[in-house]
Write a protein that binds this ligand. Sequence first.
Ligand SMILES: C[S@@+](CC[C@H](N)C(=O)[O-])C[C@H]1O[C@@H](n2cnc3c(N)ncnc32)[C@H](O)[C@@H]1O
Length: 303
Amino acid sequence: MSVSFFKILGPVIEREIGFITQQHGVSIKKIYARIIAEAERNQKEWYSNKVPNLNYINPICRLAYLYIVAAANAGTFKHVLEEHKGLRKFVLTKARERREIKICAFGAGPGTELLAMAKFFFELNLGMNITVDFQLVDKTQEWMSSWYGIREQVNDTFRALFSTDRSTWPIVPLGNFLSCDVTDLQSLPLLSNIWNQDIYVLNFLLSEIFDDNPHCRAFMSQVASFAPPGAHFIFIERKGTMWEKRMAAIAAESRLKLSPFVESRRTLVGERPEDLGAIFEALSEQRMPRLKWNIVYSIGVKQ
Ligand SMILES: C[S@@+](CC[C@H](N)C(=O)[O-])C[C@H]1O[C@@H](n2cnc3c(N)ncnc32)[C@H](O)[C@@H]1O
């Protein structure tokens, strides 16, 4: 009995491909070829050393992300939850005391952070049911279908592993997708439900904003000023002093107490990309999903 990122992602990807084939009359073969092309384009943009120009509004680009990157990024977040002692203690205390965790992910994309929470709590086996209340903030509204797809698939997974009675599940995921650019201060008043969170996550967001953007710093410092004391801000990025500087600048302006930076270079454990199903069979010879990470992370705590 296990929870697998790839097993959850497989049906989500398949449903999205099914929708495109029906809606636009494009063959699956053509979609697969386009996914490979988009994956290559994304890779070049991420490592272009300038603001990456990504096509997330295009469903093929999002499919390439779900196929190549989503599992590895869920792995980084789960790893940080497990490895950082202060964060782990904070999460477990909230879970045991309140049976609820409130989490807001900035630049959440499809909601890979939910995949991580589902597997983290499943493996912890606390013997109680935790409500994970998610607020996903992303400037690309089109990610909404993947977020609801992942949430539904997490629910289906727990229904199959436990029962239809949700009180027997390790977590029950709730939440909203909020479309918002975190460099646009004007949109802050629209985010009525993100102020009172336990955890705020920026998992691979800063490298997409790329520049040391003063509007992003101002946005985050507003969020931090309304966050409850003790709220934990989790910054995860690919390894590099540039990203450490970005995290430090946001934390300083937001008056967060930042932990020392930790580097981690690992491979996903206990995951089989074959579990993605049809898309893996079709594409793996040309391109494998990402199975490794090389990150730096730090945790900021609101005083
Ligand atoms: C690399 S993805 C990370 C997604 C997810 N957190 C993960 O780790 O898999 C970066 C996400 O940040 C979003 N993003 C980029 N710039 C943004 C901005 N200025 N405001 C809000 N979201 C942004 C993109 O739309 C994309 O979904």
